[in-house]
Design a protein around this ligand. Structure first.
Ligand SMILES: Nc1ncnc2c1ncn2[C@@H]1O[C@H](COP(=O)(O)OP(=O)(O)OP(=O)(O)O)[C@@H](O)[C@H]1O
Ligand SMILES: [Mg+2]
Length: 406
């Protein structure tokens, strides 16, 4: 029987490819446009709130780029918060080596990389060791060394008839310059790519991350403003949300169907079109439908409040627990603002705190705490100096917590 093999298709989870990737055509189109540049003038920043679908979209861009003759390298930078310039350079070379290590060097080129004559008889390839050797023997700063390696590699990529190389880094908001340690890995990345791109080398950056990412790049180097096309991934519109819900149910021949259109509407409304929430609610809901079928129940309604409670534990609670008491107070004040789910100013929080708290916040406290919360990935400051929650629907979660505890 077909339905015995049926497994719930919905996949709430960081980086898990959804059963159907809804929408995102215009964002994909932006990326394809960037691929058609002759000289790389613009790189891509793919940004958006937590769980909006940055990682899975990045995963779908990879085969598209490869079909068009590009090489794709890169990793997830979540673990590299305090990376040094040297480590970043090594990281880039290691990533590149994955795809270049089968390229064989000519013997005179082997000498150029500093291998002794006797090693000529051994076939040398453009692997990590070869590139690091060239890196180490190049005099100057880390940026000079890294540029030397990338410039050395480029003609080989051309010989392989490839269009260029995409360096794709997820969670790139973790990259930071550290003036105190005199380590500037973020500036290094921007300097090196700007310099090699000017020389016509087709190595392109695709950086994804929270909305703090782009301001961070511009803070590091003002030219970053012109160097990147920023694609902001938003929640799905109603039509795309509907498809994200209904297509997997149809395509996977789910043995039970949500009855009325109302249920779909309820899910769209509760998720507000945010992809992670759609996957989460749908997964729970399909489980309920399947159970109802087993027990022979005739009608099924969505146990929305139970699902939301589970969502609160699974998605929000961990992030909330990491905030200090005073930070939570500030976020709670922000959650009471009418514009909590869009954007607010530091002074709105100051004003609102006078109404809600015995010990209201001063303006300098708010500014300072928002900066800390921004580093923690809970809020972000947009280019007009206004703040938003970096976690979708955080305000609603906070208000639910308050209700429960009162
Ligand atoms: N276009 C889409 N249609 C349907 N589901 C989607 C879509 N995009 C993402 N999802 C689902 O949303 C969830 C979150 O996706 P993803 O991990 O890519 O988000 P993210 O923006 O990278 O989040 P984070 O900021 O936490 O890294 C996953 O469960 C994924 O399957
Ligand atoms: Mg992600």
């Amino acid at each position: 029987m077909a339905d015995i093999a049926f497994t719930n298709p919905f996949r709430p989870g960081a980086g898990h490819m959804p059963p159907y990737l809804a929408g995102r055509q215009s964002e994909t189109g932006e990326f394809l446009k960037l691929l058609s540049q002759d000289i790389i003038l613009e790189n891509m920043v793919l940004t958006g709130l937590r769980g909006v679908g940055k990682t899975v979209l990045l995963d779908t861009l990879k085969p598209l780029a490869m079909q068009k003759g590009w090489i794709w390298v890169g990793t997830d930078l979540s673990e590299l918060a305090s990376i040094s310039e040297e480590r970043l350079a090594t990281r880039l070379i290691a990533d590149l080596a994955v795809v270049t290590s089968s390229i064989v060097l000519q013997s005179e080129e082997v000498l150029g990389v500093g291998f002794r004559p006797e090693s000529q008889c051994v076939e040398r390839t453009l692997d990590f060791e070869t590139m690091m050797k060239l890196y180490q023997q190049t005099p100057g700063l880390v940026s000079d060394k890294l540029k030397a390696v990338l410039e050395f590699v480029w003609p080989y990529i051309q010989k392989e008839q490839k269009c260029g190389v995409i360096f794709a880094y997820d969670e790139a908001q973790n990259l930071s310059d550290h003036a105190a340690k005199e380590e500037y890995p973020l500036s290094l990345l921007l300097d090196v790519f700007q310099s090699i791109q000017k020389k016509g080398i087709r190595f392109m950056l695709v950086l994804t991350g929270l909305p703090t990412l782009f301001p961070k790049l511009v803070d590091a180097r003002t030219f970053a403003e012109r160097m990147f096309r920023v694609v902001f991934l938003d929640r799905l519109n109603e039509e795309d949300s509907r498809e994200a819900i209904t297509k997997p149910i149809e395509d996977h021949q789910c043995p039970v169907r949500p009855g009325s259109g109302d249920m779909i509407k309820i899910i769209i409304e509760a998720s507000a079109g945010y992809p992670y929430f759609i996957q989460f609610i749908c997964r729970e809901f399909v489980d309920v439908l399947l159970q109802a079928r087993e027990t022979g129940a005739k009608t099924v309604s969505i146990p929305l409040s139970n699902i939301i409670r589970k969502l609160d534990t699974d998605f929000f609670a961990g992030r909330w627990a990491r905030a200090t008491d005073r930070q939570r107070e500030l976020l709670t004040v922000a959650a009471h603002l009418q514009t909590a789910e869009s954007e607010f100013m530091a002074r709105d929080i100051v004003e609102q705190s006078k109404e809600l708290l015995e010990k209201p916040f001063s303006s300098s406290q708010v500014t300072q705490m928002l900066a800390v919360l921004s580093n923690a990935g809970l809020v972000y400051k947009n280019r007009h100096g206004k703040y938003s929650f970096a976690v979708p629907l955080l305000g609603q979660f906070i208000l639910r917590q308050l209700k429960q505890s009162s």
